[in-house]
Design a protein around this ligand. Sequence first.
Ligand code: FES
Length: 131
Amino acid sequence: MYSEILIEHFQNPRNVGTIENPDGYAKVDSPVCGDLMEIYIKVHDGKIQDIKYRTFGCAAAIASSSMATEMVKGQPLEVAEELTDQVVAEKLGGLPEAKIHCSVLAASALHAAIQDYYQKHPEARPVRADG
Ligand code: FES
């Protein structure tokens, strides 16, 4: 049911843990299954310098968090904001239909942590041409 990549991330999840005094933080639960994810980010020069998470969820949620955090670590916030659950699922070699919401949880938590950062640092929010 799961790809080898997904199983590998589940067995050796990257970036698990917490960050003291994070620049951005979010705790999100899945409306589908009630599982929970916390994400912590440290931002430097507009980039995600460090990112950690704790996931109280299934194997697909753990692998999705691991993959998502790997993909955005060191990336500019604007790039991290664009990361979608579909891309995370693709990178994991696909997810069964019933497990799509697990990658949604990872992407939502990441986006919420970035929004938390912007809320605390409004001056860092990029000005968009479309207003
Ligand atoms: Fe809840 Fe996967 S079943 S996050």
